[in-house]
Design a protein around this ligand. Sequence first.
Ligand SMILES: Nc1ncnc2c1ncn2[C@@H]1O[C@H](COP(=O)(O)OP(=O)(O)OP(=O)(O)O)[C@@H](O)[C@H]1O
Ligand SMILES: [Mg+2]
Length: 597
Amino acid sequence: MLSPQAVVIDLAATLIVGSVGVLGAWLMRRRTTLSARNLYPPAGVGLALLAGALGAHRWDVALVCLPLAAPWVAAAVVGGRWRSGDLGAGEDLRNHELARRWVWQPATQLRDGERVYLRSEGELVHERRWPKSVDYVSMTGLAAHGPRLPIGAGQHVVMFGATGAGKTTTARRLIAARTLTHHAALLVLDQKGDPEDVQHMRDLAAQAGVPFVLFDSQDPTTDRWQPLWGSPDGVGARAVEPIKQSEPYYYDVLRRHLDVVCKVLHAAQMWPPSVPLLVDACQPGNYEQVVKISEGLADDHAALSRRAEAHGTYVNSARGTQDLSGGAFRLEVALALAGRALVTPRETPEGESVAVRLVEALKQRAVVMWRTHADTMPDEAAALTVLALADLHDAAEQAGVQWTLLLDEFGAVIEMAAQRGVAILQRGRSHGGQVIVITQSAADIDALTQRPGLLASLTDNFAGVVAHRQTSPESRDWLAKLMGTRSLWQSTAQTGAHGHTHTGRGSARRVREFRISSDTFGALARGEAVIYTPIAGQPARAHILPVSLPHGRATRIDPDGPRTPCEIPVYPEHQLPAGSPSDGVPPTKRTGPARSL
Ligand SMILES: Nc1ncnc2c1ncn2[C@@H]1O[C@H](COP(=O)(O)OP(=O)(O)OP(=O)(O)O)[C@@H](O)[C@H]1O
Ligand SMILES: [Mg+2]
């Protein structure tokens, strides 16, 4: 006979190991990809042994079998219930359940350290490990944890946020990391150009030990920029780029005209021409001079001379003169970029005419900043942005170095610069560039450009999205959708007594909700943002840690000094020669044989 004491101890042990079984089944469901079906065979064997012992009246054997079978049976019962619940949930939970494995089957290899597990309320979480091949900057200063943004070529990032929400401060952390760790050149197109931004870029250049170049369209002491370089075809195309979007008719007219003018200037070794020279040379009234120059060219340019002469018929026709006058005027407005100083080369003490070319600036890993003053001169700012993007597009290919481009407040010029913006994102991916686009609201992009779908196609290009506080409801909703949804169990409670009591009954159903609710984007504090990278998978809300750099003295271009490594010699005349070509192009002024700079 069994003592009652032994039975009590046995039952207590059975309860304890049964609970351990339930815990094991819970862990198996939450943290592993093993199916609850693995528990059925041992539970079945345990039950069979127990039933056999009871049938044979072998109480002593039954007492041994009971605690042995209990964990398996308990685990199989609860595991089975959870399994049928998951199968009934549909969607991701059902698929996850169906994909679970038997213990002898190998675990499915998930890509790059991805981990899938269940959180409370049946939320299926896909956690990805940051790939070793992608460098990053921690946005909160916690190196191992917290949200990160990728740094590297093609890892473009877009930042949204209402005015004063902290976009520029966030971008500075990213560009400082990229400039200092990858030694990438930095180009900043700042539509507002606050003095604080200038100071920060100067400090960054000092810290990186690279030259600082500042182009300010409203400052007569600005550094000088030479956007015209390369082949005559390249210069012709780039020069008319700023009016392509706004003046498509004049764009076509000028494109043909500039083709002839640039080829003649190139053949006459008046190359590369400064912007003022090109603007002067494309005036229809000055075309006679262009033809004269072409007539003075060597015999091997005979075909070009004939073409220049034939083109004269169009230029001198009433229609040609009218169109070209309009085109030249618009080109002058667009290229003079609000103040001629910016695009007029400076003179060195040696008498050389020089200006900064982006190819050289990129090779020097310089920090180059354009202040465009979009608030007071929106059209000029847009033209300057388009020209800078077109210049960088070609320069990146030639320089072959890593670079970062910051397009701050891009919404201010997006109407005209959208196309070039998309082009530079693609160029960055193939030619060592990382682009950071800052704009106030996601909804602006389609609305301002009148191009529905542009936002979606732009988004495909980004490896990171940073959302600061958003005011527009459309923008908040769009961001909530972008960051994705998760599905959860939602329970309801049945009430009684006209809603005064709970009956204890209820139901559960599967619902989908946004990972980050639309309202969250409206409630973010200054300096706080939601960071989302497809690499990490899950969006995270965080306070961005501003970067602080010591004040330093960056190398600047001395306006009265010799040519610096960022500058190239430019053809010195700013106007076409007035008389015959030989009078007008004095040999001493020539920069040597025509070079395709
Ligand atoms: N992460 C942060 N921590 C502390 N202060 C911050 C943070 N981000 C921004 N600030 C402060 O908020 C102010 C505005 O920041 P910032 O210029 O970066 O905003 P913005 O969104 O670029 O604004 P704007 O639309 O005017 O360009 C600054 O004074 C800055 O010091
Ligand atoms: Mg800003």
